[in-house]
Ligand binder design. Structure first.
Ligand SMILES: Cc1ncc(COP(=O)(O)O)c(C=O)c1O
Length: 385
């Protein structure tokens, strides 16, 4: 079956503004926030059309069929057998990060994460009255080499107050799929320091390398599963972020109860349309996902070719996601390359400073080839000197 990842979809409808397309002037190519410029899978659109046609959108319940669909997806794609009752559906992964802090830590406790990192990870501690603790990843040994987990730095950041690790795999923004040894070291550290872990695996269905399979942290280390809350959602993979449906998978009954108790009164149920879309995506979206990965692999090649022509700019090819993390510290564009590129190239990228690493930018290549090409051509004019 053919799916269309080539025809640009107008996203500037005045009645349906999108964050990605509205934040900057109309002439700016937006390659920042992590959503894609593609329509969702036809099967998802059809399921939504049928649900919309029903006409009644009152409070819903997570259907057993959705729980079963996620169990099947997990077994098939990650070799992890999960139970329906482990699933706590809610309106987003970021809310789940904050809920975990409220549920599992006390004021003044330390919440640990690595940098660079998806910005909300850095804000959870402060927003919930806890203490933020960070450790830098190890930079690529040479341009183009992968970013690595620096276990010594991570351990050095731990104090007696540290309770919770906010972990991201695959990693946003570097696109790293962590190696088995890195994860083994991480698991040992988690056990040694008696930490709980929230493993944000939102990008796990977007592994780009042919034949790569995701292994959830909790599945890789069954002895640790009782300490881990795994966060998944169909939102990145199937481009459904605005439908706000995500799932926390919590094998341990006591953690599950604490998480649910913290959610009471604060967290609305997942959106009824989001639940329908999620089920359609997990049950019928696989051919579309495979076609998407093929398109993204092509974009990754196109991007790498462009970056190769930009002196002083380095990128480790992302192993997952449609996000690329570019080092512009030696590009000559100064302390805020994001601002310069917005002004001079009219391309909007995410500012590395928000991820804890100024001098970097994150580029979203989840757009059509034509739109990516246009944006890269504009960046060429500034960077290919
Ligand atoms: C790692 C990661 N976690 C969470 C989110 C946001 O998830 P949600 O929209 O479900 O809150 C993103 C969005 O880009 C992300 O990259």
């Amino acid at each position: 079956m053919q799916f269309d990842f080539a025809t640009p979809v107008a996203r500037q409808h005045p009645g349906w503004p999108s964050q990605k397309w509205q934040r900057y002037d109309e002439d700016v190519a937006p390659l920042w926030v992590a959503d894609m410029d593609f329509c969702s899978p036809p099967a998802v659109i059809e399921a939504l059309e049928a649900r919309v046609a029903h006409g009644v959108y009152g409070y819903g319940v997570v259907p057993d069929s959705l729980r079963a669909a996620l169990c099947a997806w997990s077994g098939e794609h990650y070799d992890w057998s999960i139970a329906p009752e482990w699933q706590h559906w809610l309106p987003g992964v970021v809310p789940a990060l904050h809920l975990a802090s409220l549920a599992f830590t006390a004021p003044g406790d330390g919440i640990l994460t690595v940098t660079p990192i998806y910005p909300p990870f850095l804000q959870v501690a402060e927003r919930t009255g806890r203490r933020a603790q960070t450790a830098a990843l190890a930079e690529p040994a040479a341009p183009g080499e992968p970013w690595r987990l620096d276990l010594d730095a991570l351990e050095a950041a731990i104090t007696p107050e540290t309770r919770l690790l906010l972990w991201c795999q695959p990693h946003n923004p570097t696109g790293r799929v962590w190696r088995a040894e890195e994860l083994k070291g991480l698991a040992a550290l988690v056990e040694r320091h008696d930490l709980l872990v929230v493993s944000d695996e939102l990008h796990c269905d977007l592994l780009l390398d042919e034949g790569a399979r995701h292994r959830p942290l909790a599945a890789r280390f069954p002895a640790l599963a009782k300490r881990i809350v795994t966060l998944w959602a169909p939102s990145k993979t199937f481009n459904l972020a605005g439908l706000t449906a995500a799932c926390a998978v919590i094998p341990d009954a006591s953690l599950r109860r604490r998480f649910a108790a913290a959610a009471k009164g604060l967290m609305p149920d997942a959106n009824v349309l989001g639940l329908v879309a999620a089920e359609a995506a997990y049950t019928q979206g696989e051919p579309w996902r495979q076609a998407l990965l093929e398109a993204l692999r092509g974009h990754r090649v196109r991007l790498a070719e462009a970056v190769a022509g930009w002196p002083g700019v380095a990128m480790s090819a992302p192993q997952s996601t449609y996000l690329a993390w570019l080092d512009l510290r030696h590009s000559g564009l100064g302390a805020s390359p994001q601002r310069v590129l917005l002004k001079e190239a009219r391309v909007a990228l995410s500012d590395g400073a928000d991820f804890g690493w100024p001098g970097f930018v994150r580029l979203n290549f989840g757009t059509t080839h034509a739109q990516l090409d246009e944006a890269l051509t504009r960046l060429d004019r500034v960077l290919a000197q």
